[in-house]
Ligand binder design. Structure first.
Ligand code: TPW
Ligand code: MG
Length: 542
């Protein structure tokens, strides 16, 4: 079989269901084959960052793997940021890059799109992917493809595949189906026993669940384990919505300083905090290492288990959960906790100006009436506002916090699931990737996009109140929707907001952009709490 075709078949077998991309001359032969391969429809977009964000969000909602196909150099370097985000947030993405042919490589001449050396691109991607393959040898290509796709799946992180343009039509052997990487069952068992002993001996054990539980498809097993243990469960921001239907549902979402104090205290005072599939980093939306005593923390993530200061390597999440469930006993009574606050419903549709919390309330009302929509959020106060939205299925850059994710992610969700998405995005972030909406008509997508338009990089202003550079101009985004093939609605009051969401919910067939005028200085409750706590800490440090 020809190499490109074998590659596409292997991608499909590994769980890919579509390809997002932008071609270039080094990738034209590859794209020609992609276009003739009906199992993986091709969605072209306008700018490579959007290609990466869409592919990332597609896998977050559907499972399987996402595919981003780009050309060498100029295209691939444009894709670096979303791939870095996918690496940080454990999203299994395959980067398919065209590349110079083997004769071009050996000609000794500089190739166009080349940065420093011909392998500069590969070297950059080594840093932000968990495995790489350059398919320049027909003999080794089948094994290389199989290995890289297995790594993508097992690590739930991006991988990089480079296809020299003269290799596309070369015959290769079948791509083998590899066994999963070897795991020592005794090590898994020992880790499970040790974790259970720690939890049983603790005064206030807590389980926190996060992205990997979703990525590895072990939600039901984790729900069962939590139920058997009777352990209090919380989610991280990225884990929001996990275990929601289980008999032992999470008590809330831990977001450190920005969160509900009861949940924050429960987590930070636990003497056996079990972080299951949790991404550890040090941003506002994650588990702050400043706050958590690692000696009392059990981390099962990234295929290893860390208890205090020792580590069991090669422990896949699913194997660990199975081993624990086989021996789990109830841990004893749960601590009494006040019920977390209810999400806001019932916005007064009057002539008051809109606040971010009004947007959350109006979205809750709309979804209650018309049914939930999958959501994507950008970085900005919209992400903090999303904490007040009752429905939890949301893709957002919760840890990496890169702007520009929201709109392309909404497109990726619809491509992957067929469902229209609701996108939350700030005006600053919309300026980065909002124009991708112009691709909706061509691909038949009709997302609802709410722009939090405060003519400001408001989050930054919250921390630098005297700065002038955080002021943005007031762009009339609603006026730009029509020429891009959508419907634009300008919203200044709560009444207009309620009407706009009603109209959006009942308008199908084109995107609806709701441009909501917000006043500078008006933040969501969650962001206000975060800024307050941040200031408090800063003044204590002084
Ligand atoms: C790719 C740094 C984080 S938040 C922010 C910036 C510039 C302002 C966001 O403005 P927006 O939302 O979208 O209007 P809001 O609610 O604050 O008004 N470049 C990238 N990513 C990040 N995170 C930044 C810069 C940043
Ligand atoms: Mg803004």
């Amino acid at each position: 079989m020809q190499l490109a075709e074998a590659l596409l078949q292997a991608l499909h077998r590994a769980g890919a269901r579509e390809i997002f991309g932008i071609p270039g001359d080094f990738a034209l032969p590859l794209f020609e084959v992609i276009e003739r391969f009906p199992e993986l429809p091709l969605y072209t977009l306008s700018h490579e960052p959007a290609v990466g964000f869409a592919a990332d969000a597609a896998t977050r909602f559907r499972g399987g793997i996402g595919v981003a196909a780009i050309t060498y150099g100029a295209g691939a370097f444009n894709l670096v940021n979303p791939v870095a985000g996918a690496y940080a947030e454990r999203s299994p993405l395959v980067v398919l890059s065209g590349a110079p042919s083997r004769p071009e490589r050996s000609s000794g001449l500089l190739v166009h799109h080349q940065a420093r050396t011909l392998d500069s691109q590969l070297n950059v991607y080594r840093e932000i992917t968990c495995d790489q393959a350059v398919l320049d040898d027909p003999v080794t290509a089948p094994d290389a493809i199989a290995r890289v796709l297995r790594s993508c799946h097992e690590h739930s992180q991006p991988v990089y595949i480079e296809v020299p343009r003269d290799m596309v039509g070369v015959d290769i052997g079948p791509v083998p189906e590899l066994e999963p990487s070897r795991v020592d069952p005794d090590a898994v068992e020992a880790a499970a026993v040790e974790i259970l002993a720690r939890l049983e001996a603790a005064r206030s054990p807590v389980m926190m669940v996060d992205a990997e539980v979703r990525r590895y498809g072990v939600e039901d097993k984790v729900a069962d384990l939590a139920h058997r243990l009777g352990i209090p469960v919380v989610t991280t921001f990225m884990g929001r919505g996990l275990l929601a239907d289980s008999p032992n549902p999470p008590m809330g979402t831990y977001i450190g300083m920005a969160g509900e104090p009861e949940i924050t205290d429960l987590v930070e005072s636990s003497d056996a905090l079990f972080l299951l599939g949790v991404i550890l980093s040090d941003t506002n939306f994650s588990v702050s290492l400043h706050k958590i005593d690692l000696r009392k923390t059990i981390v099962a993530a990234q295929r290893e288990v860390r208890l205090g200061f020792h580590t069991y390597p090669d422990v896949p999440l699913e194997a660990l959960v199975d081993a624990m469930a086989a021996q789990a006993r109830p841990l004893g009574p749960r601590p009494e906790l006040p019920a977390p606050p209810e999400p806001p419903y019932g916005m007064a549709a009057d002539d008051s100006p809109v606040t971010p919390t009004d947007i959350a309330t109006a979205v809750n009302d709309m979804m209650h009436k018309h049914g939930p929509l999958p959501m994507a959020s950008d970085m900005g106060d919209c992400l903090f506002t999303a904490m007040d939205i009752d429905h939890h299925a949301i893709a957002a850059p919760g840890y990496y916090a890169g702007m520009g994710f929201g709109v392309p992610a909404g497109l990726g969700i619809q491509a992957a699931t067929g469902e229209r998405a609701l996108v939350l995005v700030g005006d600053g972030a919309f300026q980065m990737t909002g124009w991708e909406l112009g691709n909706c008509r061509r691909h038949g997508w009709d997302p609802i996009v709410i722009v939090f338009n405060n003519a400001s990089w408001e989050i930054l202003r919250a921390f630098q109140p005297d700065a002038k550079y955080t002021d943005l101009d007031d762009w009339p985004f609603h006026e730009m929707a029509g020429p891009l093939g959508g419907v634009g609605i300008h919203v200044r009051t709560r009444r207009e907001l309620a009407d706009a969401l009603e109209r959006a919910a009942t308008t199908r067939g084109s995107f609806v952009l709701i441009d909501v005028a917000l006043q500078r200085g008006h933040m969501s409750g969650t962001l206000s709490r975060y800024v307050e706590a941040f200031e408090r800490r800063r003044s204590q440090e002084c």
